[in-house]
Write a protein that binds this ligand. Sequence first.
Ligand SMILES: [Zn+2]
Ligand SMILES: [Zn+2]
Length: 423
Amino acid sequence: MGVLSNIAIVVAAISFLTFVALFGQLPVLRKTPIGWLQRALCLHAPRGLRALDRVTTGGRITIKSKRLGRYLFYEKNPIVIIIFLGLMTGSAILFLCFAIPELPASLILPIPFLVVQPYLFTWLCVRHRGHYINPSTHTTRLHDYPYDDTLFVANNTCSTCNLAKPARSKHCSLCGVCVAMCDHHCPWINNCVGRGNYRWFLALLLSLGLMEIYGAYLSYWILRPFLTINPGNGYFGQAYWDDVLRVTVIAINAGGLSIAGVGMLMVATFTLPLGLLAYHCYLIWAGMTTNESSKWADLREDMADGVVFKCSREALRTHNRLRKYGDRNAGYGNGSNPGFANGASGSGYANGGSNPALHDWDVADELYVAWPISSDQIVVRTMDGRAPTGQEALWTQVWSLADVVNLYDLGGWDNFMQIMKGG
Ligand SMILES: [Zn+2]
Ligand SMILES: [Zn+2]
């Protein structure tokens, strides 16, 4: 019990300090002991240490710590994956060394299968490079998805890669490239989760959760002789809970760090990968990536601000064609100012008076993309909450995401199959 209680004290102390560091600067806690402790920890202590470092080493430790901080948090590095694999391997070895002699063959059989999978899927996630967009893959990636003219518009060039951004892609500053169907950069796998390795990422979360549940079950199976509660006490009364506490302490003493400690770790953490998996299942059901979910959230806020408008692509194309051939009588509005005077932008906010919603429809060089569904919708955001000047009749103000089509949502099952297809 001694080692376990020490571990529990260390975990509690780390949890408390993390809470203080994260929440101590909230206005509501600023003038409380939590706020004072946060300032002492995060402001005064580092300042004191820096002053001490200046006196003793001329500031060399400060410079090196800043470099380390930059490396850990702002550069691509394998630290998290090393900690994750180290913790997983250490726990598995510790647990299995003591558990195997206690288990029957029928319970041992699934272990190799369950233990190997998280390593396999981690490796598949980490080594994947097929979603990196470079000059040789660029054309293929442009044909993956159509531009929806809502979240993604054509003719948007990545200033770092100097390549036109394919629909659903995102530049990752940590990986240093644009990533196809980018979901998010995951320090856990030291790579971006995107087209091709998303399925391995989901498999990693599932396999990790299943392995932990099975490990927790084996821990319970070994310790179950100690977990006998006196039925004479009834259920859920004071005597019952006293009994639960008593047998738990006995089981922890009997199981020690290897069986009870690792078992508790698995019980405490199996919800993390499975919770994340549930969140990603929701995203897949809704037909969006993590990156797109934040774009939809931004769009929802802009709708609440009353600055979002939509129009028919076909109507805009007809309008532009008429404008091009000078048929002002057939145009919309006053016909004399067909541009977007307020500088609406399909990809974000007004920038320099040009409107990407007008892009290319005149030159008709749309890329052919084999996507099962299509949409006639163009969505723009304006700076002043007014419809694009000269085209007021074309545009309708949008107040709800329900009025906007998500071109990338094929329906729950088909979205899932798209992810499973990978590549
Ligand atoms: Zn890029
Ligand atoms: Zn990345």
